[in-house]
Design a protein around this ligand. Sequence first.
Ligand code: PXP
Length: 239
Amino acid sequence: MAELAVNVDHVATLRQARGINYPDPIAAAVTAETAGADAIVVHLREDRRHIQDRDVRLLRQVVQSRLILEMAATSEMLGFALDVKPDCVTLVPEKREELTTEGGLDLITHQDGIREAVSSLKNAHIKVCIFIDPDLDQIKVAHKIDADMIEIHTGAFCDATTEAQKQKEFSRIVDAAKIGTKLNLGVNAGHGICYNTIKAFAGLTEISEFSIGHSIISRAVLTGLDQAVRDMKQLIKEL
Ligand code: PXP
């Protein structure tokens, strides 16, 4: 069975919207682990829009499964990762103006820089995963520069609006997963996966882990709302 890595960035998004100290992504991580998450993921962005340095440092102490740090391969982030030592780093591209990660890393253009980042993280015994589009040439470079794993970008499939588009994008994911496995890379998948799109992956056993954030945190807001309103009603009743 594939594992589930739960991304708690958007708990921090909610906290940062008010600039206060709740909800805390650390508490969310503990709950996610209790519910069966196999790993906790956070993306420390250059602009610190959601996850803060403090969150990653605390998660390093608290997480009992595996801590996966998503980050750009900048010297600032590499220094931070080498200091905090997550179990795994997933290298992602990052643009300040984007709402979320928009595509996989272009390894063909950035091969030399990424190779150096992979090597320094691996020397510190941190596993390295590279987030890439389901593109065979990109996967071959990931193998060449000695990454441990790839995370296949599933966004184009999850966002596809027609059946034909969905099928085309999914077959790219299948081919990518098979080539990655053939090259002895670990194969993960993520971005945009929700409670509907996950069903398409039945039988694609090459994928060993799904990295999912927004849909889980979104569902938590709604499934938890009933109790949250009841609790506040009760407190008001007791005034
Ligand atoms: N994988 C990577 C590399 C990502 O950047 C993200 C978003 O932070 C995810 C997975 C999770 O995507 P989503 O929040 O859409 O589930």
